[in-house]
Structure formats: structure tokens, C-alpha cells
Design a protein around this ligand. Structure first.
Ligand code: GCU
Length: 678
């Protein structure tokens, strides 16, 4: 339940002695609630890791820790940081310095939230056995918006939730358990999150009233979040004005509609003065939107933006817009093209408090997709990238799939915008185009399960997302190491095993589920488990076109849908070319015969067989590796993961056999390894 805030007891030794020396006293002078929350976190962490109480005044030897805002009146903080030090710290950043002169480790920040981040940074250093006697760091978050999207519904269900029910709502009521929400806010803020949208992007009838009838309940959650430096956002229904029967239309250019939203915004800010703004899924998967009135997305978003602007609110408008009623017989329409085709022409038309939220890939959080070509194409529009921490297509938190390596790869992808080096991370942090707003958002994977995420190891994705949003330069290994130390303690052997499991897990999952960039070989609707043709004849635009000769989607310019041309420069060429296209995306861009030879030297069919046999074996290997931890970690933690890994190993075999058999039957080509294919 405590996840990365369990503060495991540290081993005796030199570092332990060092920590006890410095941490015996803590000086905090501000009553401000966030600073006080930081103090509580500090005391909790120190008591648990070191088994000492942090007193208010230094012991005889005079060592202490002090923290506060630069102008908060804490004499030690003010003595240790001069003005220049303060200037280097951004609104949410912090400085941390060990002063031997003052016998004090000080955390100073420009804002209370910065203090909280700094204090947790110090706790993390201690929790992962780092020296704290020579600290001198200034740390600022790279991304301004570090956001979590809940897909929780008022009835307590969670769309694509794999960790139980919602802990925010149940039976169309807001929860009374503010303690759990407080613990959630602690978890999120210590991972660096500063914005949370609390309801599903598919806004149903009652949730439409969150901005009116239920506003007092929403405000209670906002109060909890505020203490932890988190701004609350709501997903809103574009047709809201019609729901309450006040206005007969939702046309964004209608004066009555515009007035309605302005009034709503004013009402919201009266009770939630720091309200973040709206998240909007419009004209997508049957949600209402401006298209109904012959208006475009800019008309829709700008109308909401105008309502929020006077209060500093923002509109986060999602780009997940495509035709979800496609005819599978129609080979021209390509869902992958949709976001770019809809939004590229609108570049520059959005108000500057509108942010477009773009899914990382052109389809929908598949195990492997290319990066959305909208990144780099929108030069005059604020944008955030949307990841999915919830493992909808990556094992649903029954399989382990540490997603940080995937996110890293995406953030590093060079879009070649402006003809130069333009990785996604520099687009979403706003530095490439100098955007007013920018950042990273992700669909949450939490629920009311005791361990928050169903699979204990899925906590690493939640923590990892926050850390990566804070600083995309952190490596997947570093993030895993932090999470492991904070969750399981500092036993190096334990850390080695868990780290390997996490770091290999995406590759393993990909190997038995999604060869060469093919996605969607899953059961319709719930999306769990193998079903090669599950989406082949559907309306969703998700096909692989496998027949007895070959497989893959032709997205080339000459003979296919032309999607490859949405990329810039050599990226477009590389994807368009059968020779140059990277193996892992080959079938996303090309339809090839099973005998096509990959860069790896294998044929496509042999690759499919090999990866599925190996993948299932490696999945079994994860269980074997975990078994080695029995007795080395708390039994409760050991058992829950063991059970899931056992299930994964069995399910990986099912994947292996269904996929291998399917392609063996289609192609009639024997496995060169002569292994058992049913
Ligand atoms: C996916 C997912 C839906 C979700 C949608 C979205 O299609 O399966 O449940 O509503 O994405 O991101 O809006």
C-alpha cells in the first residue's frame, strides 16, 4: 500500500551513521500546508528508515536538516542560499546543499511544492544509500505539466482499469475516504506529478454534472491535491450545455453556448481557485464535438479556452480523433493517418491556453508503434504527449511490462523538425518551439487494490512515469533502481534480480504478442489475450491483412496509404523503404511475404516462430528469477508477484501457440527448428 513511500529500514554502516548524525534535528519555520506536508513526509521517512525521531532543535553536536521557501523566514535556509542560488531555482524546482559551516543540509525552493519535491529528493537519496555530506544540487523539472489522467467513472468502474475499482467514486457518489486520496496525492507528488484529471475522458451523463451539481465534492478532492502541489483537472462533455437543458445546442460559435461555458468556468473558480482546466475528448469514438455543427477542433477548443483564460485555466484537447466506423473492405482509409490529417491543418489556430494532447503513437498504445508524426509537425501549437501507464495492450497488469524503456525510446525519437535535431522530448518540454504550455500526460494504472496497481511491479510504471516526466534524461535503469530501493530496500542481490525482470519485460512481452510492429492480435473489447483475427474484420481500422502469402499494412506512398509521408525528411524515406525500414516496425509500414528476409537475416515467418518460442521461455524465466527472491523480501510482496508471474508464464504459452499455429496454418511453412507447432 505504501508503494515507494514504505521507507524500508536501512542497514547499519557508515552511511547509516552519517544519516543519523545529520537527520536528528529538522528546522522548519513555515506553517504553510504544503511545507508542513513535506515535514510530515520527512519525519515519517526518517523514523522508518533510521529509527530515529527528528527533533526540532539540533543535538549537542549541532547537525540538522532545514527546509523552506527562500523567503519563508527560515534563518538556516536563508543563510545557506544566497540570491544567486535562489535565481537558479525555477517555480517548482529546489536547491539542496550540505553546509559544513552551518552544520546543516538545507533544502530551499521558490514555492512550497518545490520544498516538497526537494524533501522527497533527500529522502530518496537516503533510501538509496547515497552520500549526503557533500550535496550541492539545483534541480528543476524539465516538463512544466506532469499529468495523470484517470479514466474513473462515477459508478466506481475504471475504464481500462486493472487494479480494482475506483478509489475516487463508487455507486455515483464521491468517496468519503479522503485518507486514501491523501495517500494517493503523497504518492503522486513524490513522483513529481503536478496535475491530475480525476474523471474518464468519456464523460457520461452524471459526470457531465461534475462542473455543476457535484462541484462541492470535486472541490474537496482539489483541497487534498492542493496540499501536495497538484492541480485538479476535469474531463468535460462537449455537449454539456445541452445536458442541463439550459441551452439547446453545443455549437461552439453560438453566443449562448459561449456564455454558458463562461459562467461555468466562473463558478468553478469560485470554489476551486487553482482549478487546472478541462480535458476534452471530442468527435472521437462517438463523443460529441464541434463536427456536429460544421465547426472544427480549433473552434471547439478556443471556445473553452476563452472561458478559462481569465482564471489562468487551460484546455487540454485530445488528438485521438479517427473514424471508428470504418469498413474493413475499404483499403484506402488508414486510421494511423487520422490525427495528423485532422490536426496538422489547424496548426497555429489554437489559443495559447489550449494544449493538444497527442497519443505517443498513431494508433492506440500498442506494444510497438512508430511515434506519432504529429510530433514535429505542429510548430505553433502547445502540445503534450499522452502515454498509457495502464497496461491495456501490454498485459493488463497481469503480465509484467515495465514501460519506461518504451517511453524513453519515444522521447528520444528524432522528428527531424526544422531540418535538425528535434527529439520528441524537446518538443513536449516546450523548448523547441518555445511553447507557453507543454509537458507529459498519461493514463493512470491505479485502483482501489491494496497495492494500487494490481501487479506490484506495475507500481514501477507509475513511479517511472512521474520521474520521466520530471526529467526525461533519467535512464530506465536509474528509475528502476530508485523504485526498487524505495520499495524493497537496499539488498543489492534483490535489486539485481528485480531490475533485470523490469528491464527485460517489454521486450519479452513484445516477443510473444506483437511481432515486427503488428498490433491488435487481441480479443475484441476487453483487449486481453491472443486472437489473431480479433480485430481483422471490425470497424476500428486495426488490421494486419494476413493471408496465405504474407502479412502487414502497406502504408507506403507508392502502393499504400501514404502514411509514411507524414514523417519528415529521412524518417519518411526510411519508413517508406522496404530495405531501410527497421525490423521492429516492418509490418506496420509494409505488407510482405512470409519469406521476406529481415535485417536480422531471418525470414518473417521464422522470426514469428522464434520470438514466440523464445518469448514464452523467457516469460517462464521471469518466474524462475523471481523464485530466487523467496525469503529475501517480505513474504507478502513475494507471493503476490509470484502468482502473477506464474499466470504470465502460462498465458505466454497460449500466446505462443495461438500465434504460431495461426501463421503455420496460413503459410504452410515449417519451423526451421522443427519445434512443436500445433
Ligand atoms: C482506447 C481505449 C478506450 C479509450 C480510448 C481513448 O481506445 O480502448 O477505452 O476511451 O482509447 O483514449 O479515448
Amino acid at each position: 500500500y505504501d508503494a515507494w513511500l514504505s521507507y524500508p529500514k536501512l542497514p547499519q554502516g557508515n552511511l547509516y551513521t552519517q544519516y543519523v548524525k545529520w537527520c536528528g534535528a529538522v528546522s522548519v519555520t513555515e506553517e504553510q500546508e504544503t511545507v508542513q506536508a513535506a515535514l510530515r513526509e520527512w519525519q515519517r521517512g526518517i523514523a522508518s528508515m533510521l529509527d530515529i525521531e527528528a527533533g526540532a532543535s539540533p543535538a549537542a553536536d549541532g547537525f540538522s536538516v532545514a527546509f523552506g521557501t527562500f523567503n519563508g523566514g527560515n534563518p538556516r535556509v536563508e543563510a545557506i542560499f544566497d540570491e544567486a542560488a535562489g535565481r537558479a531555482v525555477g517555480p517548482e524546482g529546489f536547491a539542496i546543499r550540505t553546509s559544513l559551516t552551518h552544520k546543516c543540509i538545507a533544502v530551499g525552493a521558490a514555492s512550497p511544492a518545490g520544498v516538497l519535491y526537494g524533501v522527497f529528493h533527500l529522502l530518496r537519496l537516503i533510501g538509496s544509500l547515497k552520500d549526503i555530506e557533500h550535496l550541492d544540487e539545483t534541480v528543476n523539472p524539465v516538463n512544466a505539466l506532469r499529468m495523470i489522467n484517470h479514466w474513473d467513472n462515477f459508478d466506481g468502474s475504471v475504464e481500462r482499469g486493472y487494479s480494482g475499482r475506483s478509489f475516487l467514486y463508487g455507486n455515483n457518489r464521491f468517496t468519503d475516504d479522503l485518507n486514501r486520496i491523501t495517500d494517493y496525492a503523497r504518492l503522486m507528488s513524490t513522483a513529481g506529478i503536478n496535475a491530475i484529471a480525476i474523471n474518464n475522458v468519456n464523460v457520461h451523463a452524471l459526470e457531465t454534472l461534475f462542473i455543476s451539481t457535484y462541484l462541492p465534492d470535486v472541490a474537496r478532492i482539489a483541497d487534498v491535491f492542493r496540499t501536495y502541489g497538484i492541480r485538479l483537472f476535469l474531463s468535460v462533455n462537449f455537449a454539456g450545455p445541452m445536458h442541463e437543458g439550459e441551452v439547446g445546442t453545443a455549437d461552439p460559435l453560438d453566443a449562448g453556448v459561449r456564455e454558458w461555458w463562461k459562467t461555468k468556468a466562473a463558478e468553478i473558480y469560485t470554489v476551486i481557485p487553482d482549478f487546472g482546466g478541462f480535458v476534452v475528448k471530442a468527435d472521437s469514438e462517438n463523443r460529441p464535438g464541434p463536427f456536429t455543427y460544421g465547426r472544427d477542433h480549433a473552434d471547439g477548443a478556443n471556445m473553452l479556452a476563452e472561458a478559462l483564460e481569465p482564471f489562468g485555466g487551460i484546455v487540454i484537447w485530445r488528438c485521438f480523433v479517427y473514424n471508428c466506423k470504418q469498413d474493413w473492405r475499404d483499403r484506402k482509409t488508414d486510421r494511423a493517418r487520422a490525427a495528423y490529417d485532422h490536426f496538422k491543418p489547424l496548426d497555429g489556430k489554437f489559443h495559447d491556453n489550449v494544449i493538444l494532447q497527442i497519443k505517443n503513437g498513431p494508433m492506440d498504445f500498442q506494444v510497438r508503434e512508430p511515434v506519432s508524426p504529429l510530433f514535429g509537425a505542429l510548430e505553433q501549437t502547445n502540445q503534450v504527449i499522452e502515454f498509457q501507464i495502464a497496461q491495456e495492450y501490454t498485459g493488463q497488469q497481469r503480465h509484467v511490462c515495465y514501460l519506461v524503456p518504451q517511453w524513453k525510446e519515444i522521447m528520444e525519437f528524432d522528428t527531424l523538425a526544422q531540418g535538425g535535431t528535434a527529439p520528441v522530448k524537446h518538443i513536449v518540454d516546450g523548448s523547441l518551439w518555445g511553447n507557453r504550455y507543454s509537458g507529459v500526460a498519461a493514463v493512470s494504472n491505479v485502483g482501489n487494490d491494496r497495492n494500487w496497481t494490481g501487479h506490484l511491479l506495475a507500481q514501477a510504471n507509475l513511479y517511472g512515469f512521474g520521474r520521466l516526466a520530471w526529467n526525461p534524461e533519467l535512464s530506465a535503469e536509474e528509475i528502476a533502481a530508485e523504485w526498487i530501493a524505495l520499495t524493497f530496500g537496499t539488498d543489492a542481490a534483490v535489486a539485481g534480480v528485480i531490475s533485470r525482470i523490469l528491464l527485460d519485460s517489454w521486450e519479452i512481452y513484445e516477443s510473444y504478442t506483437a511481432p515486427l510492429g503488428v498490433g491488435w492480435m487481441i480479443n475484441p473489447e476487453h483487449h486481453y489475450g491472443p486472437n489473431v483475427d480479433g480485430y481483422e474484420y471490425s470497424q476500428w481500422g486495426t488490421y494486419h491483412y494476413a493471408d496465405h502469402q504474407g502479412i502487414g499494412v502497406d502504408r507506403t506512398v507508392a502502393t499504400g496509404t501514404g502514411y509514411s509521408a507524414q514523417y519528415m525528411g529521412s524518417n519518411a524515406q526510411r519508413y517508406d523503404s522496404l530495405e531501410e525500414c527497421p525490423d521492429e516496425l516492418l509490418l506496420f509500414f509494409h505488407h510482405v511475404p512470409y519469406t521476406h528476409v529481415l535485417h536480422s537475416g531471418k525470414t518473417v515467418i521464422q522470426h514469428i516462430y522464434d520470438t514466440h518460442f523464445e518469448g514464452a521461455e523467457r516469460a517462464a524465466g521471469l518466474l524462475a528469477a523471481w523464485s530466487g527472491l523467496k525469503g529475501r523480501i517480505a513474504e507478502g510482496l513475494y507471493v503476490q508477484v509470484e502468482e502473477r508471474l506464474r499466470g504470465q508464464a502460462a498465458h505466454a504459452k497460449e500466446w505462443r501457440d495461438q500465434i504460431n499455429t495461426y501463421f503455420y496454418r496460413k503459410s504452410g511453412i515449417e519451423d526451421s527448428g522443427a519445434r512443436k507447432i500445433y
